[in-house]
Design a binder for this molecule. Structure first.
Ligand SMILES: Cc1ncc(COP(=O)(O)O)c(C=O)c1O
Ligand SMILES: N[C@@H](CCOP(=O)(O)O)C(=O)O
Length: 394
C-alpha cells in the first residue's frame, strides 16, 4: 500500500484505510498470480475475480453484484453500454460495497458510516443489513433522489441530514472516522472499496477485449481510478497489451477535475456550491481527485464536462433509441461521448464503452420531466387515437 499524498509505504494491511503518517489517500498494489487466466475463472460477478482482489476474506458478504450486461448499441458499431443499473441496488457501488463490507466484518467492525448523494447510501444500507451491521448515512438534506432515499429507509439505515452539499457530509465522515476509530467508513477514500469496483475493467476485457475509450461519469472520482486500475493490472500481467483512454465526464456545475484537465492544471479548483440536475455527481471537492487525474493522465485520456440540458437529452435518447433507462449522472458518459463525436476527437468506428453507473428508477423525478405524450381518452374509443396517428403519418 502506498500513500498518494506523502509516499508512505506499507505491506497490505486490511485495517489501513487512510495513511497513518499524513492521513492521505492510500493506493493498493496488487500483483496478479502469473497463472491468472480468464479461462480458469469460476462463477460470475465481482468475486469471479477474487484472485485479483487484495485482502483476506474469511466471510464474504455478497448479494450477487457485478456481472452486469454490456449492451452493444443497436447501430451495430463497436460501441457498448456497461449497464451498472443491473446491480442488486441499482448502481456500481454494490461492486465496491461487497468488498468494503466484507472487510469491515472480517476486521470486527460493528458500525459503518458513509456520506452520500444517494447511491452509496442505498448500497451501503443493503450490504450492512445483510451483514447485520449498524449503519449511519450522512446525506445532503433535500438533495437526494427519491428512489435512493427510499432504498436507504427500506434497508433500515439511520439517516443524518446536513444542510448544504455532499462535500460537507464527506468532510464530517472523514473527521468522524479519524477521530473515532470505532466506525468503518464506506466511501471511496477507502481503497478496499475500489478493489471491488475495478472488476468493471475485468468484465469488459473478458467480454470484448480492450476498448479504445472508456467514458466514466465522475463525482467523488473513485470509480474512474478503480476501472483504470483494473485495466492496468491486466496489462502489467501481460493479459492485455494496452489500456483504454479513460475519459472522465463531469456535470458543468460540478466539474473541478474536468476543468483542471482541460486547462492543463496540476490540481483542480474546488467548487464551493456545486449545482447540477445529476444529483449523484453534485460534488465540488472530489476526495479522489489525485487518483482520478492519475488515471486520466497515465491512460492518455482526458476529461470533459456536459451541461444539464445535454445530460437530460442523453437520458431521453438512450431510453428512446436503445431502450436503456439510466439516471442523469449515469448518462453523463453518453452525453460526453456524443460531445466527443461532435468535437471530432472520437470516431464513430472507435471501440468505446460508456459506463452507465445507475438505474433510471433511482430518480423518477428526472424521468417525469421528460417530454411525454399523455392523453386523456374515452376508454371505448382508443382506436380513434391510433387511427388519427395513422392518418397523420400517411
Ligand atoms: C450514478 C452515479 N454515477 C457516477 C458517480 C460518480 O462516481 P465516482 O464518485 O466514483 O466518481 C456516482 C457517485 O459518485 C453515482 O452515484
Ligand atoms: N455519488 C456518490 C458520492 C459518494 O461517492 P463515494 O464513491 O465516495 O461513496 C454517492 O452515491 O453517494
Amino acid at each position: 500500500m502506498r500513500c498518494i499524498e506523502c509516499g508512505f509505504q506499507s505491506e497490505l494491511d486490511q485495517k489501513m484505510i487512510t495513511c497513518p503518517r499524513c492521513g492521505g489517500i492510500m493506493e493498493i498494489s496488487v500483483k496478479l498470480p502469473s497463472s491468472f487466466s480468464f479461462s480458469n475463472l469460476r462463477g460470475r460477478g465481482v468475486w469471479r475475480y477474487s484472485q485479483a482482489i487484495a485482502g483476506n476474506y474469511k466471510k464474504i458478504i455478497s448479494i450477487n453484484e457485478g456481472g452486469t450486461p454490456l449492451i452493444r448499441t443497436r447501430t451495430g458499431k463497436e460501441v457498448y453500454f456497461k449497464f451498472e443499473g443491473a446491480n442488486p441496488t441499482g448502481s456500481f457501488k454494490d461492486r465496491g460495497m461487497t468488498v468494503a463490507i466484507s472487510s469491515a466484518v472480517n476486521e470486527g467492525y460493528k458500525i459503518v458510516v458513509a456520506a452520500s448523494t444517494g447511491n452509496t447510501a442505498a448500497s451501503a444500507a443493503a450490504y450492512s443489513a445483510r451483514a447485520g451491521l449498524r449503519i449511519y448515512l450522512v446525506l445532503p438534506k433535500d438533495k437526494v433522489a427519491i428512489g435512493k432515499l427510499a432504498q436507504s429507509i427500506l434497508y433500515g439505515a439511520t439517516i443524518l441530514e446536513v444542510e448544504g452539499s455532499f462535500d460537507i457530509g464527506m468532510k464530517a465522515v472523514i473527521k468522524l472516522y479519524k477521530e473515532m476509530g470505532l466506525v468503518y467508513p464506506l466511501n471511496s477514500f477507502n481503497p478496499w472499496r475500489l478493489e471491488g469496483q475495478k472488476t468493471i475493467a475485468y468484465e469488459i476485457t473478458e467480454e470484448i477485449g480492450v476498448p479504445d475509450y472508456v467514458f466514466v461519469p465522475v463525482g467523488n472520482a473513485g470509480n474512474i481510478y478503480a476501472i483504470w486500475k483494473g485495466f492496468s493490472e491486466l496489462m502489467n500481467l501481460g493479459i492485455i497489451d494496452r489500456i483504454p483512454r479513460m475519459v472522465g465526464v463531469q456535470a458543468e456545475g460540478a466539474s473541478p477535475i474536468a476543468k483542471a484537465i482541460i486547462n492543463n492544471q496540476e490540481a483542480p479548483q474546488f467548487v464551493e456550491n456545486p449545482e447540477t440536475i445529476a444529483t449523484a455527481i453534485r460534488i465540488g471537492k472530489p476526495v479522489n481527485w489525485k487518483k482520478a487525474m492519475k488515471a486520466i493522465k497515465e491512460s492518455q485520456g482526458t476529461a470533459i464536462y456536459v451541461n444539464d440540458a445535454e445530460i437530460m437529452e442523453a437520458q431521453r435518447e438512450l431510453a428512446r433509441t436503445e431502450g436503456i433507462g439510466a439516471e442523469p449522472a449515469s448518462v453523463a458518459s453518453f452525453a460526453g461521448y456524443k460531445k466527443a463525436i461532435e468535437q471530432g476527437w472520437v470516431d464513430r468506428d472507435n471501440k468505446v464503452v460508456m459506463i452507465l453507473t445507475g438505474h433510471s428508477l433511482k430518480d423518477p423525478d428526472s424521468m417525469i420531466r421528460s417530454s411525454a405524450r399523455r392523453i386523456v381518452v374515452n376508454p371505448d374509443h382508443l382506436e380513434n387515437i391510433i387511427l388519427g396517428d395513422l392518418n397523420a403519418s400517411s
